[in-house]
Design a protein around this ligand. Structure first.
Ligand code: GLU
Length: 294
């Protein structure tokens, strides 16, 4: 197992304050809290607010209130990702210096157009990643360094992406992770290539979820990542980044998702299952635990 001997287990709940917490978040938060308590471990809260256009201080405050209402408490200080953009930048610079990351200039519209033309010509679908998004075309990866520099010097908006072909040639041996959750369990083989040239730093934010989550899990000494099954596939990418950056490997536990009446994953935009709405209806924290099957 990845866990190091004699170390107190460290768990974390890592919400993004871009809406009110719902029952799915309650499951994740309570499960982390309960598992930490059962293991005699520590429980941390991390605010994942790299998307500064959607995350607000008021929503962050509401997240803390909802979690306190549920009866949870956590160690202080709380790590807020927007306070640590320099740490993510340093990780990106390291990957770029090793030739494993490159600046990418295509907009969503450019990608759609390029893929559409490719599909018309080749009469088969261009590959999609596990979330269903089109893999990033090879256009910018093949761009000569001089052109990249000129475009950046020109002030062209760009993201940074992993050069997946080079990155997967890097790790020594196959990548795996230990999984104990509600889907597949045991030693899982990671297949990061299915994500293509994933984003490491966005054009509108100085990092991406994938990069900041692995940097923070390592910096905070997280030994157990407990989160929803919707992030199971992303673990492939996280294991690759951990390997490239020389970061330790946590154990993973991806839990079942709470589905809405329509059978779909709950979303923050549907207020009816928000903890705030349920509380206003008179539900108690114990009712919430029953509703989420704990
Ligand atoms: N911030 C992510 C979310 O709210 C969770 C990330 C994680 O647990 O790795 O979905």
């Amino acid at each position: 197992m990845p866990q190091r001997a004699c170390q107190r287990p460290v768990f974390r709940f890592a919400p993004s304050p871009n809406g009110r917490l719902h029952l799915g978040h309650a499951l994740s938060a309570c499960l982390n809290f309960d598992m930490a308590a059962a293991a005699g471990g520590r429980f941390l809260l991390r605010i994942e607010d790299i998307d500064q256009s959607r995350c607000t201080p008021a929503l962050e405050q509401a997240v803390l209130e909802d979690l306190h209402w549920l009866g949870l408490d956590w160690e202080l200080p709380v790590r807020r990702q927007s306070d640590h953009f320099d740490a993510y930048r340093a990780a990106l610079d390291r990957l770029a210096a090793e030739g494993l990351a490159y600046p990418s200039f295509m907009t969503r519209g450019d990608i759609r157009t390029w893929v559409g033309a490719w599909e018309d010509q080749n009469r088969r679908p261009w590959p999609r990643d596990p979330d269903g998004a089109r893999l990033y075309p090879p256009v910018d990866r093949q761009r000569p360094e001089s052109e990249r520099r000129a475009l950046m010097a020109d002030g062209r908006r760009h993201a940074w992406r992993i050069d997946m072909e080079r990155a997967i040639a890097h790790p020594a041996g196959p990548l795996t992770f230990h999984e104990s959750g509600d889907g597949q369990t045991g030693l899982i083989r990671a297949e990061p290539a299915r994500w293509g040239d994933a984003v490491l730093s966005r054009s509108d934010a100085p990092s991406s979820y994938h990069l900041s989550v692995v940097v923070d899990d390592a910096l905070q000494g997280i030994t157990h990542v407990v989160r929803g099954l919707d992030l199971f596939a992303a673990t492939d990418l996280h294991r690759l980044l951990q390997s490239l950056l020389g970061l330790p490997e946590p154990a993973y536990h991806h839990h079942r998702l709470i589905l809405g009446a329509d059978g779909r994953k709950l979303s923050k935009s549907d207020g009816s299952t928000s903890l705030a709405a349920l509380r206003a209806e008179g539900r108690t924290p114990s009712d919430i635990r029953v509703m989420i099957g704990l």
